[in-house]
Design a protein around this ligand. Structure first.
Ligand SMILES: [Zn+2]
Ligand SMILES: [Zn+2]
Length: 354
């Protein structure tokens, strides 16, 4: 076992209390040693709600001798106090792209949450620059982040601009991350870039793969996901990568021209087939076409975690759970391909150990 994960939020909008935010630590570390927050859409408010519903969501909180104040707050504090304490343990917010549903909690909480150690906003230079249009302009929000450490400040953030394509960057106790660019639709002036993260436990060397928002390679004017699959393939073949977090924002009914840089179930199948072919290709010298029959069981041991499902809000919409609907559609398409992959949906408040 390598990772503990609490899903603080996993929706693709519009519910502001359930936006992309995933709290990671290694199994070898405790939450108070430092948390890596991958994305920061939902923040303190969502954490308070989670703790109200399930006070033991961080059940293995062991802070004795490490954080005396936390020990008291976690025993006797209100959900708000407990949320603030746990939130203060986030050392680094790692952001795939600066869309508001991925940074909202971080921005809103920036001036209110304090910490005795420096806290970082990490991402590609593009992400840092985009986030700094909020903090640096000082009109949307005060200057609560900078590129340099200020000894006087105990709140606010320091930017950590990371290179893509390696090396692995050490971001949290025992966790290093490799960043690869992916494409998330078009904006004026070209394609809009997002990021995929290979998150590595530095002790066990096991990894998981987390995708920011991403469009299908099959329709992209700048397809980059295949490169991510190529990087993942040898790790999967060697049994060192078991969990892939991949967005599926829409149901199958969504037409291609309305994907807006996101995936739907048929495209999940395409992408998994591309991954499976890459795994078969590892160390293979033949140029002969790979047959579908060669892909059988090739992704056994891999769990695909569907994230970022967009909740439709229409008066006529029945009360069906969108995650159930989308995951059901993905399974129906993917399982007959017999790749061996398991498909599950992320839920707010879900805990995973893998
Ligand atoms: Zn998003
Ligand atoms: Zn986005």
């Amino acid at each position: 076992m390598s990772f503990d994960l609490v899903v603080l939020g996993c929706g693709g909008g519009p519910d502001e209390l359930n936006l992309s935010s995933y709290l990671f630590k290694t199994c070898q570390n405790q939450w108070c040693d430092g948390i890596l927050s991958v994305e920061a859409g939902s923040g303190l408010g969502a954490l308070r709600e989670l703790l109200s519903r399930d006070p033991f969501i961080f059940e293995d909180l062991k802070v004795i001798g490490k954080d005396d104040l936390a020990e008291k707050v976690l025993d006797d504090g209100s959900p708000s106090q407990r949320a603030a304490r746990i939130y203060s343990w986030i050392r680094t917010f790692l952001i795939s792209h600066a869309h508001l549903d991925h940074v909202c909690g971080l921005i809103i909480g920036a001036g209110s949450t304090s910490s005795s150690s420096p806290r970082y906003i990490a991402g590609t230079e593009t992400v840092v620059r985009d986030i700094d249009t909020v903090f640096g302009g000082q009109k949307l929000w005060p200057k609560l982040a900078s590129r340099y450490e200020s000894p006087a400040s105990t709140f606010g953030f320091i930017y950590n601009s990371l290179s893509s394509f390696g090396p692995y960057h050490s971001l949290s106790p025992n966790i290093s991350v490799l960043l690869l660019p992916i494409t998330h639709g078009m904006v004026d002036g070209g394609t809009y870039e997002s990021t995929a993260f290979f998150i590595r436990n530095d002790t066990t060397l096991e990894e998981c793969l987390f995708f920011g928002d991403v469009e299908p390679d099959s329709i992209s004017s700048y397809p980059q996901t295949l490169n991510v699959w190529r990087t993942a393939a040898p790790k999967i073949r060697d049994g060192m990568l078991s969990h892939i977090f991949l967005e599926c924002s829409w149901t199958s009914a969504r037409p291609i021209h309305l994907l807006f840089g996101h995936l739907s179930p048929p495209h999940i199948l395409d992408e998994l087939m591309a991954l499976a072919r890459e795994v078969v290709s590892v160390g293979r010298h033949s140029t002969r076409k790979i047959l579908d029959s060669q892909l059988e069981g090739i992704l056994r041991g891999v769990t695909l975690v569907i994230i970022h499902c967009k909740e439709p809000i229409t008066p006529s919409n029945p009360e069906s759970d969108i995650v159930d609907v989308i995951v059901g559609e993905v399974k129906k398409l993917v399982y007959p391909a017999r790749l061996g992959v398991s498909v599950i949906g992320a839920r707010q408040g879900m805990k995973l150990r893998f």
